[in-house]
Design a protein around this ligand. Sequence first.
Ligand code: ADP
Ligand code: MG
Length: 551
Amino acid sequence: MSQQLGGQQILILKEGTNRTRGRDAQGMNITAAMAVASAVRTTLGPKGMDKMLVDTIGDVVITNDGVTILKEMDIEHPAAKMMVEVAKTQDDEVGDGTTTAVVIGGELLKKAEALLEQDVHPTIIAAGYRQAAEKAQELLKDIAFDVKPTDKAMLKKIAETAMTGKSAESSKDKLCELVVKAVTMVADADGTVDTDNIKVEKKTGGSIDDSEIVEGVLIDKERVHPAMPKKVTNAKLLLLNAAVEFKKTEVDAEINITHPEQLQAFLDEEERMVKGIVEKIVASGANVLFCQKGIDDIAQHYLAKAGIFAVRRVKKSDMEKLARATGGSLVSSIDAISKDELGKAGLVEERKVSGEEMTFVEQCKNPKAVSIIIRGGTEHVVDELERAIHDALRVVAVVVEDKKVVAGGGAPETELSLRLREYAASVGGRAQLAIEAFASALEIIPRTLAENAGLDPIDMLVEIRAAHEKGKKTYGLNVYEGKIIDMKAAGVVEPLRVKTQAISSAAEAAIMILRIDDVIASSKSPAPAPGAGGMPPGMGGMGGMGGMGDY
Ligand code: ADP
Ligand code: MG
């Protein structure tokens, strides 16, 4: 980047730096963000399609889940990354509605672009969008209805809506029952639900219908030695994050052995040391050992002899779940082993699940520990089931916490759109244009639901709008029959938080992107590709160059 000054060139930015300004910068950012939205649009709704993602080492993921798709895609453009963040925030806050959030964000930018073309200043659009987003929150609370956290039938419907369109669909009855049961089991008396208490364990083989719920924690590992007991009642668990083995020297020491007795002495020493560790474990009163690190052969032998049930190389996340469930602490060194650190469980048992041994830790000290075993034909199926269950667990938990739901199928978006238009008229001025744009952007949801179901989006939008104009606030699109029906009565319901969060994070990202009018990219970072067409690298800076005359 350089500047002419009396015939002299002054370099102010490092050579190779790309700079794009004004409308060019906005145009590029908007195009990139919209590209992200259009990438996930076809997956929206019950009739949405799946995507197959293949990573650089050839691993395949087949999914319908917005956030998973975007996480797997290697997105580089900074504005596009902001849209990925929208999906991630949605996933963290609610666990569902990720596609919705990104699609709304993309549409907000598309409508903004049209306004920019009419020379409406970006700050006016941003301010109008912010006003509209705030009003939308208020309106949404107005159209939401209450749910009792004990209303299991309703909770099941919420889980079902979250699962619709995923490959889990055929068995959703069974899976949603498990989900509702699991959430109600871990719900606190004060209404808070920590879904971290629910462990989802996948197992290929068997059918989806064999999936089950286990009160306790399930570890996908078997005991290390066949001579160990298969079942321990009144278990006292040691959760150890240190290896049970002979400590190898740090430096490469060479041991010169000249006599056979010396070798024996060396081996004896090794055995004595390992035996010492096992004795320490026994002395603590533990009868079950979960070790995050290794347990060597000699240690396995002595542990088996002492009648201890031991599992090695347990995942860190599993160790944390075990600590929570049994009330034990994670012990990080052999010296720290003591009876005060042990956890408690009524039963630890190794059992077969679809031909493979797993360790069940049941009747835990903390009764809120629950596991769901998901079964399914292939790895891709169980992976997608796991994602569907994750979404369903989260939405049910959110409703148990918030006790507020809205109808689905495009009903809330249509109602909001209508009311925001009325609101826009009352605001007047230039902001009115932006609020109206916001209102029509929300209709992307019913429109996309219709498109993905192979229905005529214009016809459907006209019909759904007409219903809402008549005051039928919960009417939405029955994607299977192409009819406008009462979604609440049909049992298509979603947590209110899915919508409030989707709209607020979509609006935030759109506003942030709109307010950028200067992109300065240093040469190392990838040049923001201008649009999908992709100009050669370096061209991105041309816009800025052209603008030089403005100085
Ligand atoms: P997201 O990632 O946004 O959750 P989904 O693919 O799960 O995307 O689609 C969610 C949309 O599908 C919501 O608008 C929801 O209301 C709608 N939907 C879910 N089930 C039905 C149904 N049975 N009929 C009509 N719309 C539905
Ligand atoms: Mg969903």
